[in-house]
Design a protein around this ligand. Structure first.
Ligand SMILES: [Zn+2]
Length: 271
């Protein structure tokens, strides 16, 4: 849902590259979750830690959590590879994919890079996943499933069950697309903002469970009333962030011309 909206709100300069492949991009934006299932590895290790950063992991630390180095190597040096694998590496993974998207944009229209446009579309799908994960409050906190406060399962109740009970209930109000000049800093800010929303989300869950034995309709009615507006805002911010990332990658690549659809396919028969 979020990725579909993101593609719709792309600025006109780059929209033609993506909008005709909107369904492809939306569908493939879930691929990184499948890589997790398939146990695919990447340069830094397993896939799961790419989807979160429990930025509040250090006891007593507070926002904006500058105790967590923004440089990946420094982060690993400070806490060790074991702990950092447990706490996650989402901003760095998103930055890696963003840089690959910039590279693909730079290659647009070059005769020796016939797949640049296809690569850009796929990389945007993958990037969308990580950006959207970063907007989900529980992807930025150690208590990511309420396991530390006896609220286990809140992760899925919030991001899946509550959202899908009535997917038409969510209002989409596109915000202005921004030029992101420091993508990693943007990702860190997104994660910090997410972490700041966790306390109110857990409070909403607590209120909704009060006096109830089951996660029934009444539970979700209260959860939706309490946490729904925040979820809606984060989904909208995520859509705009994905559109902003796509736009920023194009600018970082030097505003390449967007090739017309079909141009890369050589004619089979000379006429
Ligand atoms: Zn994910």
């Amino acid at each position: 849902m979020i990725t579909e909206r993101a593609v719709e709100q792309l600025p006109p300069e780059i929209k033609p590259l993506y909008i005709t492949h909107q369904a492809f991009i939306a569908e493939h934006s879930v691929d990184p979750d499948l890589w997790r299932v398939a146990d695919l590895k990447n340069a830094r290790g397993d896939e799961p830690p790419n989807h979160f950063l429990d930025i509040d992991f250090e006891e007593g630390s507070t926002a904006p959590f500058l105790n967590v180095p923004r440089d990946y190597d420094e982060y690993v040096r400070k806490y060790g590879i074991g702990p950092t694998t447990r706490y996650g590496r989402l901003p760095w993974r998103a930055e890696e994919i963003y840089n690959r998207l910039v590279d693909a944009m730079k290659q647009l229209g070059r005769p020796d890079a016939p797949y640049a446009a296809d690569n850009a579309r796929y990389l945007l799908a993958v990037l969308a996943h990580y950006i959207e994960d970063a907007h989900q409050p529980l992807h930025g906190a150690l208590n990511y499933d309420g396991q530390m406060t006896n609220q286990r399962g809140i992760h899925a109740r919030f991001e899946t069950q509550m959202i899908l009970r009535d997917r038409t209930a969510w209002k989409w109000t596109p915000r202005p697309v921004q030029v992101i000049t420091d993508f990693k800093a943007f990702m860190f800010k997104t994660v910090v903002d997410s972490q700041q929303l966790v306390a109110s989300l857990l409070a909403a869950d607590l209120k909704a469970t009060e006096g109830r034995e089951w996660y029934d309709d009444a539970y979700f009615a209260v959860l939706t009333k309490e946490a729904g507006p925040m979820a809606e805002r984060r989904m909208n911010e995520a859509a705009t962030a994905v559109a902003s990332a796509a736009y920023s990658a194009w600018i970082a690549a030097g505003r390449p011309a967007i090739p017309a659809e079909g141009e890369r396919t050589p004619a089979r028969i000379r006429r």
